[in-house]
Design a protein around this ligand. Structure first.
Ligand SMILES: [Zn+2]
Length: 437
C-alpha cells in the first residue's frame, strides 16, 4: 500500500493528517468476504440470498464495534450512522454488497467498506465529523437476480411497485421479490404501500464510491475518477428485422428483401450518427450486443429472411437519448423503404440519465488537487444506486477507483493503494462538505 505525497510529492499536505482512514479494516473485510462468499469460481452474493446476508451481517458487526447507530428499513437496507457535532441532514456514503453470480469481490463492496474505513478512521483519530455520516449498505442492486434495477435504493424511497414485488422472480430459484424480502426479515407489505423510508431533505449528499467497470482509468494510468453523470439508456432487447428468405443465386438485387443487409445498414448508419454526435461533444455509446440469424432456418445459400438483434444506447444527457431515438426511427423508416424489409423493435426499456452535483464534483476535484491525487472527470456508463438518489433530488457524487480486468467477473482487480486514495478523498469531503448557495 502506498500513500501519496510523502517523499514523492513533498509540496502537498499529507492527507493522512487531515483525513484519517482505517485501511486495515477494509483489507480485513475484503479478505473475509472473499473467504465467506467465494465459490469455486469468483464470488457470489445473491440478492436477498445467503451471500448478501453474510456481507450485511459482517458489516453490521463492524458497525456495532465502532459504536455506530444501526437501523434497517423495510427492504433490509442497512444504515450505520456516526453522529456529527451538529444536528442536521446527514451525509450518506454507500453502495450495494450483492454481486452477480461468479463476480468479483470489489463491485459494490468497495463502496461500503470504504465508508466504514472512513468512520473507523475518525473513531481512531478521536474526530467527530461536522454532520452525521451514515454508511448505507444497499440491497439488491444487481439486476441479474430479479431482472429489476436498483431494488434496494428504490425501495428506500418508496419507488418499488407492488407489481414488481409480486411478479418479478429471482433467476436462481424463482422466488418472488416480495417473498425474498420477507424471508430476509423485511416487510414487503410496507413497501407495497409506496411509503418512503428516506426523506431526501434529510440527506445532505449521497456519495457512492465504486470500482470503475470500464477500462478508462487503467488505460490512462489514473487512480481515481470523479463522475460527472450516470448514463441513462434506451434499449430494444428483442428487436427483429423481417425480410423474405430466398435463393442466394437466383434472386436479383432489386427483388431481395435481405434482413442481414438491411440490419447491417442500420448498424453502419447508427455508427455514423454516433460519430457525428460525439464530434458535437455529446456523451454517447451505441451497442448491438446481439445480432443473429436463426441457425435452424438460415443457410449459406439463402438470403436471410429474418435477423434478431439487441440495441443498447446510452448517454448521460437526456437530450442526446431523445435525439438518438429520433435518429433510430428515421433511419429505420429509410432502410425499410430501400430494402423492402420490416423492423419489429419490440419492447422498449431504459433508465433515466442522472447528472452528478457540480458542488460535489468541484469539491472532490479541489481536494484531490490539494492532496496531489491524480483524478479524471468522467461519465459513468453502468447503472448505479447513485442514479436513484440523484433522481430523488439528493445532491449526489461518485468516486471511481481504477480497476483492471473489467467487472462482473472473478478477475476484477483493485489496488488497495488506489482504494486508500479514494478513502482519503471521501474522508476529507465529509470533514469539509461543500457549502451551497
Ligand atoms: Zn456495482
Amino acid at each position: 500500500m502506498s500513500i501519496p505525497s510523502k517523499g514523492a510529492r513533498p509540496t502537498h499536505p499529507e492527507p493522512g493528517n487531515l483525513a484519517p482512514v482505517d485501511i486495515g479494516l477494509a483489507e480485513r473485510l475484503f479478505d473475509e468476504l472473499r473467504r465467506r462468499t467465494g465459490t469455486n469460481r469468483g464470488i457470489t452474493r445473491t440478492s436477498y440470498g445467503l451471500g448478501e446476508q453474510i456481507a450485511h451481517d459482517m458489516v453490521r458487526r463492524e458497525a456495532r464495534k465502532l459504536g455506530l447507530e444501526i437501523t434497517t428499513d423495510a427492504a433490509c437496507n442497512l444504515y450505520m450512522t456516526m453522529k456529527g457535532r451538529e444536528e442536521g441532514p446527514a451525509i450518506f456514503i454507500g453502495s450495494h454488497i450483492d454481486s452477480v453470480p461468479m463476480g468479483g469481490n470489489f463491485d459494490g463492496a468497495a463502496g461500503v467498506l470504504l465508508a466504514l474505513s472512513v468512520l473507523s478512521g475518525y473513531a481512531r483519530a478521536g474526530i467527530r465529523p461536522p454532520q452525521d455520516v451514515t454508511v448505507m449498505a444497499i440491497r439488491a442492486e444487481e439486476s441479474t437476480w430479479f431482472g429489476a434495477s436498483y431494488i434496494g435504493s428504490r425501495a428506500a424511497f418508496g419507488l418499488l411497485t407492488a407489481e414488481e414485488l409480486d411478479k418479478v422472480r429471482r433467476s436462481s430459484d424463482q422466488i418472488p421479490l416480495g417473498a425474498a424480502i420477507d424471508a430476509a426479515g423485511g416487510d414487503a407489505a410496507f413497501l407495497r404501500s409506496g411509503q418512503s423510508f428516506l426523506d431526501p431533505s434529510r440527506i445532505a449528499m449521497f456519495i457512492e464510491p465504486h470500482i470503475e467497470q470500464g477500462p478508462v482509468l487503467v488505460e490512462r494510468a489514473i487512480p481515481l475518477g470523479i463522475v460527472t453523470g450516470i448514463r441513462g439508456s434506451f434499449r430494444y432487447r428483442e428487436a427483429k428485422c423481417v425480410g423474405v428468405y430466398a435463393h442466394s443465386g437466383a434472386t436479383p438485387r432489386e427483388y431481395r428483401q435481405d434482413a442481414v443487409r438491411a440490419a447491417a445498414t442500420l448498424v453502419v448508419e447508427l455508427d455514423k450518427a454516433w460519430d457525428r454526435l460525439k464530434g458535437e461533444g455529446a456523451d454517447l455509446v451505441v451497442t448491438f450486443g446481439q445480432f443473429f440469424t436463426d441457425p435452424s432456418e438460415a443457410a449459406f445459400s439463402k438470403i436471410a429472411g429474418r435477423l434478431s438483434f439487441a440495441l443498447d444506447i446510452r448517454s448521460q444527457e437526456a437530450e442526446t437519448l431523445e435525439r438518438m431515438k429520433a435518429i433510430v426511427a428515421e433511419t429505420i423508416a429509410r432502410i425499410e423503404a430501400e430494402h423492402h424489409v420490416r423492423f419489429e423493435l419490440g419492447r422498449l426499456t431504459g433508465s433515466t440519465a442522472a447528472i452528478m452535483d457540480t458542488h460535489i464534483v468541484n469539491s472532490l476535484s479541489a481536494l484531490a488537487k490539494e492532496y496531489g491525487i491524480e483524478t479524471e472527470t468522467m461519465a459513468c456508463g453502468a447503472g448505479h444506486d447513485a442514479a436513484v438518489f440523484a433522481g430523488a433530488g439528493v445532491p449526489t457524487g461518485m468516486v471511481f477507483i481504477r480497476n483492471a480486468n473489467g467487472s462482473h467477473n472473478p478477475d476484477e482487480h483493485m489496488d488497495m493503494a488506489d482504494f486508500t486514495q479514494a478513502a482519503r478523498l471521501v474522508s476529507a469531503l465529509c470533514l469539509a462538505p461543500p457549502s451551497r448557495a
